[in-house]
Write a protein that binds this ligand. Structure first.
Ligand code: ZN
Ligand code: ZN
Length: 410
């Protein structure tokens, strides 16, 4: 059996080779929690080995984040480091710098802080971060989001285990769900991508007009944009580099029409949103917009989230995930979207991905809007899939057929 050190190294190599696919001569920008330093070091090693010219890491520290909310004064919560984010956007623009985000936050870090301060800080950050999100969602460069097990996150996921055991269990789950525990993770991801691409090809050939969802508390029709493209697995960035933007990733996803969503939907897993937990979401859509929205837990945070801007109450992504995905099979609720969104079919409010609309790079903003593409400073996924949920594809002639991702892909 491989040791933790060996698995960590295998994971790091997977991230560099399959996640980012770093080219010789590229720089790499990493953001990571302090507690992920061992993983960052292994990734940095493999990045230089692959020919990176410079690896720059920006660490974050949750204790200091908390200090801001405990000590900061009223006006301070609208501050954000726009200068830093503008610099990051500049680095990604020409595809010369690859982007790696390592996440591992305590999902409940800000649970006891003033929700108004939290939402203002989120809003200020999202709006300053917009130049980065634009470069990332339009795939200016190769990018990847991964997770590291941290003590706070491990405690949140496994509250009944001793701290050390919890951390071990979370790492084991991460290695398993990312296929890093296999002898040849890079090869496994190639095969996985092939399977996902076969599925997107099948869905793209169908040209569904809409998807219909029926299940407990859910009766929802999501119209798709006419020239939608299903995507999933590895994508080629505009700098020509094939990257896997999320590890793990089990979803295939496309673009809902911002004005063609009708009906009600209930969430099936909790959502961790910038330090707050939201659970039991119920929303009703009319002409694409959420006209009623509530949550059993974190209702105020949820409401403030969908009021961020006009696009925050409309859909930007719809994704199908087989109910038998390895993340779903693990039975673990990670309280982290990167993992949980791969356990169940989901929707996202906010910014849509340009790669889901034919020729979107050549369209002016008003043409994108007319095509049905949503824009927002946020993009937040939440889970609506379960074993009881049926998803049908509505064909262009009005017929319908099962579109559920029944089969395990890869
Ligand atoms: Zn998704
Ligand atoms: Zn998403």
């Amino acid at each position: 059996m491989a040791t933790h050190t060996e698995l960590l190294d295998r994971y790091a190599e997977l991230v560099v080779k399959s996640g980012l696919n770093i080219r010789a001569g590229q720089q790499v920008l990493i953001t990571a929690p302090l507690e992920a330093v061992d993983l960052v070091r292994r990734i940095t090693f493999h990045a230089y080995k692959a020919g990176a010219t410079l690896v720059t890491t920006l660490y974050s520290d949750e204790q200091t984040t908390l200090m801001r909310f405990e000590q900061g004064h009223g006006a301070s919560f609208d501050a954000a480091p726009a200068w830093l984010f503008n610099g990051m956007a500049e680095a990604f623009k020409d595809g010369s710098t690859a982007r790696l985000a390592i996440i591992g936050e305590d999902p409940a870090l800000l649970a006891n802080q003033n929700p108004d301060h939290v939402s203002r800080a989120n809003r200020a950050r999202s709006s300053a971060y917009k130049p980065v999100i634009e470069q990332i969602t339009s795939f200016a460069t190769n990018w990847c989001v991964i997770s590291a097990a941290t003590p706070a996150h491990a405690k949140n996921v496994f509250p009944n285990l001793a701290p050390e055991k919890a951390l071990e269990a979370l790492w084991a789950a991460i290695f398993k769900c990312t296929r890093a525990d296999l002898p040849d993770p890079v090869g496994a991801w190639e095969a996985h991508t092939k399977a996902l691409h076969a599925r997107t090809a099948m869905l793209n050939a169908k040209r569904y007009a809409a998807l219909k969802y029926k299940g407990p508390g859910t009766d929802l029709t999501i119209g798709l944009v006419d020239d939608h493209i299903w995507a999933g697995g590895a994508s080629t960035a505009r700098n020509g580099i094939l990257c896997n933007p999320n590890i793990p990733s089990e979803e295939v996803f496309t673009m809902p029409h911002r004005e063609r969503v009708e009906g009600t939907v209930r969430s099936t897993k909790p959502l961790s949103y910038q330090g707050s937990m939201i659970d039991g979401i119920r929303v009703r859509f009319e002409k694409g917009r959420i006209v009623e929205g509530t949550a059993e837990k974190g209702r105020d945070v949820f409401r403030k989230m969908i009021e961020t801007d006009d696009g925050a109450a409309r859909l930007g992504e719809v994704a199908l995930v087989p109910h038998s995905s390895p993340i779903s099979a693990s039975g673990i609720v990670f309280n982290e979207t990167l993992f949980d969104e791969n356990a169940a079919s989901h929707i996202a409010v906010g910014q849509a991905y340009g790669q889901n609309l034919t020729n979107s790079a050549t369209l002016a903003p008003e043409q994108k809007l007319a095509a049905g593409m949503n824009t927002s400073i946020i993009h937040v996924d939440w889970m609506i899939g379960s074993a009881e949920l049926d998803v049908d594809g509505v064909t262009r002639d009005g017929g319908s057929e099962p579109a559920h991702a029944q089969r395990r892909v890869g």
